[in-house]
Design a protein around this ligand. Sequence first.
Ligand SMILES: Cc1cc2nc3c(=O)[nH]c(=O)nc-3n(C[C@H](O)[C@H](O)[C@H](O)COP(=O)(O)OP(=O)(O)OC[C@H]3O[C@@H](n4cnc5c(N)ncnc54)[C@H](O)[C@@H]3O)c2cc1C
Length: 449
Amino acid sequence: MIDVLVVGGGPVGLATAIRCAQHGLSVTVAEPRTAPVDKACGEGVLPAAVRRLAELGVVPDGHPLHGIRYLDARHRADAPFRRGHGLGVRRTVLHAALAERAAALWITVIPQRVSGFDRHAGHVAASGIEARYLVAADGLHSTIRRALERESPAGNERGKSARSGAAGNGAPRNPAPPRYGLRRHYHVPPWTDMVEVYWSASAEAYVTPVSPDTVGVALLFAKPPRTAAPDPDGTGPRDEAGTDGDYDARLAAFPALLDRLGGAPWASAVRGAGPLRHDVARRVHGRVLLVGDASGYLDALTGEGIGVGLAQADALARCLAADRAQEYERAWRRVSGPAWRFTAGVLWSRNQPLLGPRIVPAAQRLPWLMSALVNYAAQALAGQRRSRAVITAGRPGAPSVNVGRCDRSPPRREAHRGSSRTVFREGDIRCGPGDPSRTGHLILARRRR
Ligand SMILES: Cc1cc2nc3c(=O)[nH]c(=O)nc-3n(C[C@H](O)[C@H](O)[C@H](O)COP(=O)(O)OP(=O)(O)OC[C@H]3O[C@@H](n4cnc5c(N)ncnc54)[C@H](O)[C@@H]3O)c2cc1C
């Protein structure tokens, strides 16, 4: 029997598996799609999420991002990131980097779609694998979540929570029509190192540079739901969001962006996702737990989905390693609640007939406010822990010297005499009164929580 079976090998599933392995748990991932897995996504990874990836040992190739720019027909507002940089990274590249890291940790990935599970005393069985815990990281249209909803004696918890407005996240219910996303890539050199968000009355277009000759353009919009399309491989009703024709028609609402693209050739096919919003009442069902989009999702317009998912993965792995699965629900709310409330607030403003069209003009007039909000999303919403590491330096046996504080997440942990220690390198440390040159290579951190 293994410790953890992760269902779904998207970014959050792989991150959960990596974190579990780093905690010494045995873990297997079930992912039916052939690597590297692609998905409709804006592909902007915010600075805190870049740091979280680095903590996992994952440094994907991408295009550095230095801020977010909002534009409408007549206004423009730039908000540079104050700390660190983000990354525009193709989903296939991100997936390949995570998969490579998982392979380096000897994590097995089985090419299977999991359609259900059986509970036993002390373990869960699925796809012929017995595990102490089953983690569902199978995305927006999670099969495991639907199975849990069917087995719940109270009936459909998702529907119940959505009707009550609780959403399991403390956020009010949004009565607006469901939102969807479509994306395509273009062969064109990026014209900026910012994510550009073009704003129209009914949609937003997110332009993310992902390589020296490619940009991705993701469209987010509201529309009445269509009957769910067939779901042959369990990865969700992908064409429900729209077709190539729908994409072109919606892109036409952004003439300035069309000018920028200048008829550049396509670099990928259109992919869609949605409806985006999924309210989930709870994430812990005994030994079955939900993480990532499967654990509840609101909208992509604030662009922190991957970062929040990585924070959830970290929290979940800690709970499983401590054999305290029930504590994950609280941990999930702690790392996901701020992002949910922030996104709900922006979405609400966006949907107000009077307020929505004034957002970009206001951002141009109040750059300090825009900058504060963007940097809140870039840092805090991805579950970035404020570091309280006190840095001490010294050789074994000698008294250690307090040299300062680390104001970014520890970049690396390594094995040390049967346990692990955090290793900082030059440049990681904001120094206090001590002299950084005294830190040498043997710098140990005592984390205060
Ligand atoms: C249009 C759009 C734009 C976005 N833009 C951004 C952005 O710019 N920045 C950002 O941070 N986030 C963005 N997001 C959000 C981000 O894409 C998601 O939050 C993220 O992909 C969640 O990862 P995940 O691993 O939970 O789910 P997914 O990426 O959906 O992965 C789920 C995996 O589970 C597998 N699976 C499904 N069913 C089964 C099954 N039954 N058995 C086994 N495996 C299964 C699938 O094959 C898939 O690989 C965007 C989302 C959308 C829709």
